[in-house]
Design a protein around this ligand. Structure first.
Ligand SMILES: *Cc1c(COP(=O)(O)O)cnc(C)c1O
Length: 489
């Protein structure tokens, strides 16, 4: 026998493989149907961690064995964000439909960077819908990308290039004269600082403007900072407004920001990672008034639209500015007139990636299947559930709300009277860890006015009102437990 000289990675036995595929599908649908029966989170045992220090597999194993390993060592230990009582950070929950869309995406294995195929048309369709929802004009530009950090990165890159005094693509930022200055509130997300650092603008070019009692950017201080920078010979070029700050869900006054930007010829970029998604609701979309005046807007779909990771979008009003920032066409990527290279739009001309996933498919399927209305209702439900949790906090003498909660986020803590603020910091730190380890519910933390607090961020379409009763009761029970331990120990 001579060795065969053809080596496909397709299954050796399609019938067995098909059965395994059906098994996986059944198992995963059961898994999603019974999420509530499991703990939200559980620690990864050491022996499981050690399992992932195995030597490089040279010879392969049967698929069924590898799948069994997945079920044993991976499936039980996720972060828990699919669970109805997960409210940590701002992490979306996914949907069964999203899972199926990922399956179809994997089957096609499409590369949506360029060339003539259906992937580009689906993405352009999705972008048109997203522009309409977000109040952007039909001729605006945009692209799908992994997450809001990267969507914000693309927006800021276009802003930098559009507002620079020289051709930044050619000359870079080396010795070009005035410092380009960027403004955002002190509550803006940390990704903007990273982005500004990577873009060569530098941390010293960011003005973090203080917020008022509503956690909105102080417009008077913003105006002052711009005037000061101008007087100092710098080049103010961009304001980043927040549509839903990560810590408290505050919206900057975007109409006022747009007026200030118009007056000073600045680019207005809005980070609407989750907050922009209230555009889907009837009752809360007034919160984003003025957002439509932004030059660019970044938002996530893996948070409040419940798509599986990763999915985000940046919209940019000026197609020219967007295209001019990223287009570069070597001979081997020549855009032809006919055949498979004959595409009018190559999405690689609108971002850094050449190879790009077909994430548009899951967005398209979710919008078609749920419609704007169902997505909007689940978002509105999360806002109302958050108000319900606030009412529970306000009714419980041992709980204290630590910041305004205008949207889907509450910062609060266990606050037994008689304990000093420092003692309460320590107590709540331990309380949070015990809450995680209990597997009952999962929230994360934040610092508000120097104080440690629990932070509940609700982008969970699976949560019920009763789940918030469970959270409040558990926090109170753990708080009492700790007070008792401290007073005896
Ligand atoms: C989550 C978030 C980001 C970062 O988005 P990723 O998708 O995690 O990259 C940026 N801004 C705000 C306001 C966020 O909530």
């Amino acid at each position: 026998m001579t060795e065969p000289r053809e080596y496909s990675l397709d299954p050796q036995n399609w019938e067995e493989f098909r059965q395994l595929g059906h098994q996986m599908m059944d198992d995963m649908l059961n898994y999603l149907q019974t999420l509530r029966e499991r703990p939200v989170w559980q620690p990864v045992p050491d022996e499981v961690k050690n399992h992932f220090k195995a030597p490089l597999p040279l010879a392969g194993l049967p698929e069924a064995g590898v799948y069994a390993e997945f079920r044993q060592t991976i499936l039980p230990y996720p972060l828990g964000n699919t669970h109805p009582r997960f409210w940590g950070w701002v992490i979306g929950t996914g949907t069964p439909l999203g899972m199926l869309a990922e399956l179809l995406t994997g089957a096609i294995s499409a590369q949506v960077g360029g060339a003539e195929h259906i992937g580009t048309y689906v993405e352009l369709q999705v972008l048109d819908w997203l522009k309409e929802i977000m109040g952007f004009p039909a001729d605006a530009s945009g692209i799908l990308i992994s997450g809001a950090s990267m969507a914000n990165f693309l927006g800021l890159t276009v802003a930098r290039n559009a507002k620079g005094l020289v051709d930044i693509r050619k000359e870079g930022l080396q010795g070009i004269g005035p410092r380009m200055v960027l403004y955002m509130s002190a509550e803006a997300h940390s990704c903007h600082q990273k982005n500004a650092e990577v873009l060569g603008l530098g941390r010293d070019s960011i003005r973090f403007i203080p917020v008022d009692e509503h956690y909105q950017i102080r417009l008077d201080l913003l105006r002052e900072a711009i005037e000061q920078d101008k007087a100092a010979g710098h080049l103010p070029f961009c304001v980043i407004g927040s549509a839903g700050t990560v810590k408290t869900g505050a919206y900057d006054d975007m109409t006022a920001l747009a007026d200030i930007c118009a007056e000073h010829h600045l680019w207005l970029h809005i980070d609407g990672a989750f907050g922009a998604l209230v555009a889907f609701t009837e009752q809360s979309k007034h919160l984003i008034n003025g957002m439509e005046r932004a030059d660019s807007l970044a938002f996530d779909m893996h948070k409040w639209m419940s798509l599986p990771f990763e999915a985000a979008c940046v919209l940019i009003k000026s197609r020219t500015a967007h295209y001019n920032t990223f287009t570069l066409t070597p001979d081997y990527l020549e855009h032809g007139d006919r055949g498979a290279s004959g595409a009018k739009v190559w999405l690689t001309d609108y971002g850094l990636q050449l190879s790009r996933s077909f994430r548009a498919l899951k967005v398209w399927m979710a919008l078609k299947t749920h419609g704007v209305e169902a997505i909007g209702k689940s978002i509105q439900m999360n806002i109302e559930q958050t108000a319900y949790l606030v009412s529970l906090i306000e009714r419980a003498p041992e709980l204290q709300r630590m910041a305004p909660a205008p949207l889907n986020i509450v910062c609060f803590r266990y606050a037994q009277s008689g304990l000093s603020p420092d003692a309460l910091d320590r107590l709540n730190k331990e309380l949070l860890l015990r809450l995680h380890e209990s597997g009952v519910a999962l929230v994360s933390n934040a610092t508000i006015q120097g104080r440690f607090c629990l932070r509940m961020a609700n982008v969970n379409h699976r949560s019920t009102y009763a789940d918030f009763d469970v959270l409040a009761e558990k926090v109170i029970a753990l708080g009492r437990e700790l007070v008792a331990e401290y007073s005896t120990g």
